[in-house]
Design a protein around this ligand. Sequence first.
Ligand code: ZN
Length: 303
Amino acid sequence: MRRSANPVVALLLSAAFPLTARAQDPGQVEIRAERLADGVFVLFGQGGNIGLSVGSDGAFLIDDQYAPLTARILEAVRGLTPEPVRFVFNTHWHGDHTGGNENLGRAGVLIVAHDNVRRRMSVEQVLARVGRPVDTAAASPPAALPVVTFSEEVTFHLNGDELHAFHVANAHTDTDAIVHFRRANVVHMGDTYFKERFPFIDTASGGSIDGLIAAVGQALAVMDADTRVIPGHGTVGTREDLRAYRDALKTMRDRVARSKAEGATLQEVLAARPASDFARAWGQTEAAEQSFVETIWVSLGTR
Ligand SMILES: [Zn+2]
């Protein structure tokens, strides 16, 4: 992605809009593994959290962060299993989750994702913030594209588990899938869950506040009190954490929708600070809060 000349846009892109396939100073990044269940790990580095299943059937990765990190990610996997990486599953198309695809694809790893991941990665994408175009993402090289795609759901039977991946419509983007490790009782949410921070909804990629709330509801429906929940960004959570997040999203959405229905302008809604309590609770800036309020406004359209 091109670096923007506008410093405000550049800041937004780097801080709150991590779509770029380029890591920020990858030399300093350490890949850290946290064990969630037998043979199931989350890897933290830079970019979207990576899910990992290991066992006699091989390693299965969920998302792959940025290209400069591939060697370190593979080294971390080698520390947990002698078996090779056989699959990478993309939760959605954004570059901080698919940046390693080309390296892995060239190495013979089978890339799997929703139909729309391949569709969007195949051509240049406009990157927009609260409805306004700010940059573009170039089409990905053929080796980076998913080889197997699906429209609704797909199940992987490996390492003694069933990994059920299901599409959730128009949530963070229109390319999202959530992965449920049925036996290990772990769910990887992709970017339908930003733990204890304002979510980013990519409305230019078909994301929507109502779809996001519905997606979280679909994920909650497969969970129990013991489920470990991997967010796209943030630390591992529980079903209760995810419920609180869903309730927060609903509350903020309803506040904006009510004001809008009463005829308030966007400026009036922003001035009323309908998300300030969550900004305080999550330790987020007013800029992040107002950006999310405006995203809800844009997402609710002109109804
Ligand atoms: Zn994303």
